[in-house]
Design a protein around this ligand. Structure first.
Ligand code: AMP
Length: 116
């Protein structure tokens, strides 16, 4: 069983992070250290440590993460110009928090996909 991260406390609102969206499967809130004018994290309520740990039973949740990203992009006014969705996995992917999350980034022209 993976260890809980700060994201579980945010889901349960044990730390008072304003939520942009929450339902039975996913939760969304602003990244504490934004890398773009819009930088939102969309996470499953269920603790899944990395994308390596995703199972077939999680497919509905993962699909919901994308439909919520789409909805939030509209609310943020960035859907027409476009945005980027990112999920990092493990050390080479630059993952810092071991509770999977989708970054929704936009509000300006983003740079190249990878800085190498
Ligand atoms: P990653 O590198 O993909 O694991 O991204 C983790 C993200 O979580 C980073 O962009 C952090 O800024 C963000 N983050 C960490 N702690 C918090 C928090 N308490 N509230 C909001 N975002 C957070």
């Amino acid at each position: 069983m993976a260890e809980e991260t700060i994201f579980s406390k945010i889901i349960r609102q044990e730390i008072p992070t304003p939520l942009l969206y929450q339902d039975d499967l996913v939760t969304a809130f602003r990244d504490i250290s934004p890398k773009a004018p819009t930088h939102i994290l969309i996470i499953p309520n269920k603790l899944i440590a990395t994308t390596n740990d995703v199972e077939e039973d999680d497919e509905l949740t993962l699909g919901r993460m994308i439909t919520v990203a789409k909805r939030l992009a509209i609310e943020e006014g960035i859907s027409a110009d476009g945005y980027r969705l990112i999920m990092n996995c493990n050390s080479h992917g630059g993952q810092e928090v071991y509770h999977i999350h989708m970054h929704l980034l936009g509000g300006k022209r983003l740079g190249p996909m990878l800085s190498v």
